[in-house]
Write a protein that binds this ligand. Structure first.
Ligand SMILES: [Zn+2]
Length: 515
């Protein structure tokens, strides 16, 4: 059985999805969960792109011990130097250097000749290899490159010291047959190919990212790049959970497997969905809410007699279990802490106390507190520590079918001052948002608003997601509360505070790259 390395890029390529803005605490939480899941490599960000990216790559590199942590760098000295500063303390420092390889990218993006591209790649890989024990080189847009040129570039990259060669389908253009040919061509035409691990990285623009990844594996790729839930630029990346479960269920066919702890998949998917503010569709393969539901009567009858009649993946394999009552009003501190640790909580005492208080408060309002509720409370406390932020003190709404909805809000300003405001709106939520707009310094407008219950049921927690534009910057926010209006106010303030953090860390510019 061949072992396929999993290179997760949820925190780099996934974080580039429109509307996703993870803060440092959230990135760390995802990184720790990816480590539990057992990914071989995680790409934590692009250190040279901003102060904020640098800091999160550095923190993740220092925290994670059982997965290799990597960061992206363009083929320029300053990017490579910055990546080294961010990654030098990691367990196995690894860099990911890239340069374009297709005629269209070389000519229109880089304005370089093919010879110049090879020369630049070689110089950068040599520099990277003088610092890093592991150097991954990516030939950006490889699926649209000319094969003889690509083979030459790859050979030169290996000679220069690359240990992993990635051939990405940057624009999601290729097909399983074509990508298979590309990998087979490299195996036949690159003399030093056996010295490196070949890697595949696919985008889902034509819905073929997972199929392309599997075809590349069949043709010699020993590493697969993917994101949790397939989040990523445009239509997203190949989905980690689909690739790893497909390899596991069909090992008879692929004769390859990942080393992932598959029962962590559901939890990883839920965490990323929540923190990235990207819901998982019900019919999504492996992790969708309906993936294990058998509605048809004929199915149910067959299932009762023998599960394998219709079920090819068991819910247990990927860690799907019935959401059950876990804790109640009389649960003590100790039991509560154990449960949080089991869920992966790694915060400090102040954060623990905050969650415990919120839990006790919730117990008064809700008779069964489930794992999902605890997750919601946990993610609610994951805010970066910055002094200058807005803090909701009280909110009061006056609503009646014959009245104009009116909201009154007391808020602590970033200066520390307490202020009060009131405004009306055509509905209760609008009244709250109109009031907040008056309090918040600078122009802010609502772009999107979504509400869902954490668990269903009459006494469920409400979770509100918003997208706002504040001071010219798009930002998303999340708020959880027992009451939908309070959750709505919290989500809006959360989005504004995230913008303040982004500005403080130099992340307001869209300086991401696309490979
Ligand atoms: Zn990509």
């Amino acid at each position: 059985m061949r072992k396929i390395n999993v290179f997760d890029t949820t925190l780099r390529d996934g974080e580039q999805s429109a509307g996703v803005n993870l803060n440092l605490e959230e990135k760390l939480e995802i990184a720790r969960q990816l480590e539990r899941l057992g990914v071989d490599i995680m790409e934590a960000g692009f250190p040279a792109s901003s102060k904020g990216d640098f800091q999160s790559v550095q923190q993740i590199a220092k925290t994670i011990k059982n997965s290799s942590v990597t960061g992206l760098a363009r083929a320029v000295q300053s990017d490579i130097d910055t990546a080294w500063e961010a990654l030098k303390d990691s367990a196995e420092p690894r860099i990911h250097v890239f340069i374009a390889s297709s005629p269209i990218h070389m000519q229109y993006k880089l304005n370089m000749t093919p010879d110049q591209v090879v020369e630049r790649a070689v110089q950068s890989i040599k520099l990277a290899a003088s610092k890093f024990p592991q150097v991954q080189f990516s030939a950006e847009d490889a699926s649209r490159a000319e094969l003889p040129f690509l083979a030459r570039l790859v050979e030169e990259a290996i000679q220069a010291g690359a240990t992993v060669i990635n051939l990405p389908d940057t624009v999601g253009f290729t097909t399983p047959h074509e990508i298979g040919n590309m990998f087979a061509y490299m195996k036949q035409n690159v003399p030093s190919i056996e010295k490196v691990i070949l890697s595949t990285h696919n985008h889902d623009d034509l819905g073929m990212a997972v199929a392309n990844s599997l075809a590349a594996i069949q043709n010699g790729a020993g590493q697969v790049e993917c994101t949790v839930n397939g989040i990523g630029e445009r239509a997203g990346n190949a989905a980690l959970e689909e690739i790893s479960v497909a390899l596991n269920i069909r090992k008879d066919y692929y004769k390859a497997d990942t080393g992932l702890t598959l029962k962590e998949i559901k939890r990883t998917s839920s965490l990323v969905s929540k923190l990235a503010n990207m819901p998982v569709p019900g019919n999504k393969a492996v992790v969708g809410a309906n993936a294990f539901a058998h509605e048809s009567g004929i199915h149910q009858d067959g299932m009762l007699k023998n599960k394998e009649t219709y079920e090819i993946i068991t819910p247990e394999l990927v860690g799907v279990s019935e959401s059950s009552m876990v804790l109640g009003k009389h649960s003590g501190r100790h039991a509560f802490k154990d449960k949080l640790t089991e869920l992966g909580f790694a915060g400090d005492n102040t954060q623990f106390q905050q969650i415990f208080d919120a839990f006790k408060d919730l117990c008064d309002k809700k008779k069964e507190v489930t794992e999902d509720d605890l997750y919601a409370l946990m993610t609610e406390t994951m805010t970066d520590a910055i002094q200058e932020s807005y803090e909701l003190q009280t909110v009061q709404v006056n609503y009646g079918t014959n009245n104009i909805p009116t909201a009154a809000i007391t808020m602590k300003l970033p200066t520390g001052e307490i202020t009060q405001e009131a405004a009306t709106g055509s509905g209760s939520v609008e009244a709250i948002y109109n009031t907040l707009e008056r309090i918040i310094d600078g122009p802010v407008s609502l772009r999107d608003y979504r509400i869902q219950s954490v668990n269903g049921g009459g006494d469920a927690l409400a979770e509100v997601y918003v997208q706002v534009k504040y001071d010219g910057i798009e930002s998303s926010g999340r708020g959880t509360a027992h009451d939908v209006l309070e959750a709505s106010a919290k989500a809006y303030i959360n989005a504004v505070n995230r913008t303040l953090i982004r500005k403080a860390y130099g992340q307001e510019q869209n300086n991401k790259v696309n490979i």
